[in-house]
Design a binder for this molecule. Sequence first.
Ligand SMILES: Cc1ncc(COP(=O)(O)O)c(C=O)c1O
Length: 390
Amino acid sequence: MEYNFDKVYDRMGSDSIKWEKQLKFGVPSGLTPFWIADTDFATLPQAVEAMRARLEHPIFGYTFTPEKVLEAVQGWYKRRHGVDLPVSAYAAAHGVVTSIWFSIRAFTQEGDGVLVSTPVYDPFFVVIEDQNRKKVDCPLVYEDGAYHIDWEQLDAKLATVKAMIFCNPHNPTGNVWTAQEVERVVQLCKKHDVWLFSDEIHGDVALYGNRCTSAAQFAAEYDKMVVYTAISKTFNMAGLESSCNIIPNPDYKAALVNCMHGAWLMGPNCMANPAIAACYTYGDEWVDQMNAYLTENAEYVIHTLAEKAPAIKVVKPQGTYLMWLDFNAFGMTSKQITDELVKEYGVAVGDGSGYGNAEGFIRFNIGCPRATLEKGVEALCRFAASKKER
Ligand SMILES: Cc1ncc(COP(=O)(O)O)c(C=O)c1O
């Protein structure tokens, strides 16, 4: 079946943060949004059907996550990521950030170092620092328009921390780390006896035919890890606030689940069960088509900017629907750029500076129909045309 990612939906009235909560840009709404990371695509029809079927039962009491739901996640991870772990390694949970917050709480102590690689998804800083752990940065290296890991520095810094948050694919650079890179990270964590918290929430959004390698593939080599996955990014279901943790070691799984239960967090809500099961059972073709569509969107941005606004440098994404754009040719801060894009061109983009180590960058969400994307790219081109390169 052919899915239609070109269809433009009016999201006003659906309580969409992206469209209806734009106050952080100084206006209540009205901007064309390319900021927060959800897409403007309708989700998998079978997932809507499954939730509709659940609605036929008019009682929404306390709900557990049945094994058949976890089997659907397990099946997906086996066929799409080559992860061969028993269903007992899977635990449904609230959102990924919540799960990382509790992983830090369960497995590290106050004062411990937790490593991140900036620029990176900024809630990682909050979950570390708000719990009085120490953020230790091993910045990615930006060279020739692409990002890579400084392995020597990573080795040295892992010797000083208790845990590492690894983002794969990496938000905001769009890196999909290769199997060799993921294994090397696992091996370095093993060498230094460091917890590996691998955030793979974007793990199914891989462009240009890439495949994301899950850290869970290497669980037999080292199992001091938690892998976080979800239907939220892949199937545009962030509003359900669900995720699934993969924890290969049963004792560690019990420790994390108990820690969450301590805060009375028992699992995702009752609508998440049918949605998760449907997505991971029927969603392969949908995801493949979305990834092909996103690849075309990325190509459109790359070629249009190269032709009409070459001063804006594009970090070519390998995964995610987030594009990382380097505006440093204009000599402006990220805030100045985002403010001007709001005021003069009516578009809302992500201010890159918040991700650390990234002044002068913006994050641009391409998870939208081409017609919407064209408006955003046109605004970027007009912005660039209005400037003189330094
Ligand atoms: C890398 C990464 N992790 C986690 C999240 C948020 O996950 P959740 O909404 O499940 O907490 C996002 C959302 O943008 C993300 O990009």
